[in-house]
Every structure is written in C-alpha cells, then in structure tokens.
Design a protein around this ligand. Structure first.
Ligand code: GTP
Ligand code: MG
Length: 280
C-alpha cells in the first residue's frame, strides 16, 4: 500500500516526543491520564484498537500506555496482539493493539487475530482508527465492525496529513451518519487524544449510547437459513455476542469461521494469553 504520510527518520521512536508533548499539555493533565504500561492486574474495561494497516493504531497505543510498540510507515508491523493499560478518571482500561486489517472477511493470520478479538474477545469498546486521507477505503472496515458491535468510537487519525492534502472531513456529520462518536486526531502529535480518552470513557461507562448504522444486506432468499443457523449457534454457544454475523460468515462458506467453531475458540479466546507487549 502506498502511503500519503512521509516516512520519519525516527520511525521506531516516533511516539516518544508525542508522549513528552502530551505529558506537558494542560488538557492532557486535566484528562487525568495515568499510563500503566504492562502493569495490568485488573481492569474495568477492555478497549480494542482496530483499523486498516498503517493508520496509527500502535501510535495511539504507545501514547496512552507509555509502551513502545513497533511503529513505522509501512503496513503490517503489528502481527500479534499487544496489551497495555492506562487509568483515566476512576477507571482502569486494558488497551489491546491489534494487527491492521482491511476487512473482517479476510484469511491471513494477522487479520484473523484482529477479527477474532473483535468478534470473540468481547471488548467493551472498539476504537476504529481510520486514515482521514483515505476515508472512503477505511469506511469499509468501519461499517463491518459496526455490524458486530454497537460500542465503538472512530478515531479519525492523520488529520494533519488530510489538512496538508486539502482534505476536509465533516466529523460531526460522519458521527451522525455512523451513529458512533468520531474523534479527529493527529496521534503522532498527541492531538485529539484527550478527546479520544473521553469518548472511550463515555461509551465504556454507558454515558454515551451508540446507535450504529447497519446495512440490511441479507437477501430474502437466505433469511430462513439465517434464522435457523442463528438458532443453532445460540443453543450451542449461549455467550456468543454476535451470532447473526457468525451465521452469515458460515453461510458464506468462511472456512476460518468453521475452524474457529470446531477448535472451540468461541468463548475461550478472551482468556488466551497471546500478549506481546513492548515489542521493538
Ligand atoms: N502525519 C502523521 N503520521 C502519523 C500519525 N499517526 C501515526 N502516524 C505515523 O503513521 C505511521 C504508522 O503508524 P503506526 O502506529 O505504526 O500504524 P499501525 O496502524 O499500528 O500500523 P500496522 O500495525 O502496520 O497496522 C507511523 O510512521 C506513524 O508515525 C498522525 O496523526 N499524523
Ligand atoms: Mg501497529
């Protein structure tokens, strides 16, 4: 994938100045952020960071946790999920940095890691980090994720690059259209992160209730089959958070979803320890 944002000579430590800048910013201090690194024994909420490759997920992760996940100007850097924590206000949040994915329907291993966590990890909030310079392409994944969770926040990142290219985005209209909060940000420079923390907190605590836009794409001909499969899934996996979505994948012949079911991953994935924090 070509990238609109130029590579930085200090790619792997690109977040360090961000952290310092944030720490001295009055808005940030007022936000009462405490970076907890990997020191996460208990938490109130789990927050997933999802999005297309190279949109700044790990940059957001590093800024909020104080950790040093690998960042750089090419897609596919994050290959396993990484966990870290922060405290905000009265709550402790476990933040899970996921590999980038263009779709939830894909088959590569790192994309499956992202898909499985969003689907079965039952995050309290899913933050979808979208590239403001490629909004149209990024909205594909946003809409797919909104099909399976109604607790999401869109972080409209790379706003500085969008501005540089003369791209303006009506974030308020986008939030109305999507039915979830949209927070413009330039994560590399710490901009928008206080607002992001607040939006995550509001969705996690239920102060803000999302009403995501859903597309009714199921043709009438397969609705009876869908109802039947959903019924069987609900009986076999009572804790499955989104049986309709899983049923649609099964009806589409998604082999990796069949494997996930056969392997008994449903319900157990939440506790799988695949943490890979502080990866350089
Ligand atoms: N100009 C600009 N660059 C940014 C911003 N946020 C992140 N970047 C840069 O974008 C590149 C990608 O950032 P990452 O945080 O590695 O992206 P990612 O989404 O984790 O990427 P994958 O793990 O490969 O999916 C890095 O060079 C960052 O420094 C931003 O707001 N503005
Ligand atoms: Mg990453």
């Amino acid at each position: 994938m070509s990238s609109a944002h130029p590579p930085s000579p200090t790619e792997n430590v690109a977040t360090a100045p961000v952290v310092d800048a944030c720490a001295s910013c009055s808005v940030y201090r007022a936000a009462n952020l405490k970076k907890l690194g990997v020191a996460m024994e208990d938490w109130d909420f789990v927050v997933a960071l999802a999005g297309n490759p190279n949109t700044g997920k790990s940059t957001v992760f590093n800024a909020l946790t104080g950790l040093r996940q690998h960042t750089g100007n090419w897609p596919g850097k994050t290959v396993a999920r990484a966990e870290g924590g922060y405290a905000y206000g009265d709550h402790r949040f476990k933040l899970v940095d996921l590999p980038g994915t263009y779709s939830l329907l894909s088959t590569s291993l790192d994309e499956q890691i992202a898909r499985d966590f969003i689907l079965f990890g039952q995050p309290d909030v899913t933050v979808i980090v979208a590239d403001a310079t490629r909004l149209e392409r990024n909205l594909n994944l946003v809409l797919q994720i909104l099909e399976i969770t109604d607790r999401a926040v869109v972080c409209l990142n790379l706003m500085d690059e969008a501005r540089r290219h003369g791209i303006t985005v009506d974030d308020r209209q986008l939030a109305r259209d999507l039915g979830v909060p949209v927070v413009p940000a330039s994560a590399r420079f710490g901009r928008g992160l206080p607002e992001l923390l607040q939006a995550i907190n509001e969705v996690a605590t239920g102060q803000v209730v999302c009403r995501p836009q859903r597309l009714e794409t199921v043709p009438a001909a397969i609705r009876p089959a869908l109802t039947a499969v959903v019924g069987e899934l609900e009986a076999a996996y009572p804790n499955l958070p989104n049986p309709r979505w899983v049923a649609l994948r099964l009806l589409s012949g998604d082999e990796s979803m069949v494997d996930a079911l056969r392997g008994g991953q449903l319900g157990t994935l939440h506790s799988l320890a695949t943490t890979e924090s502080n990866k350089e």
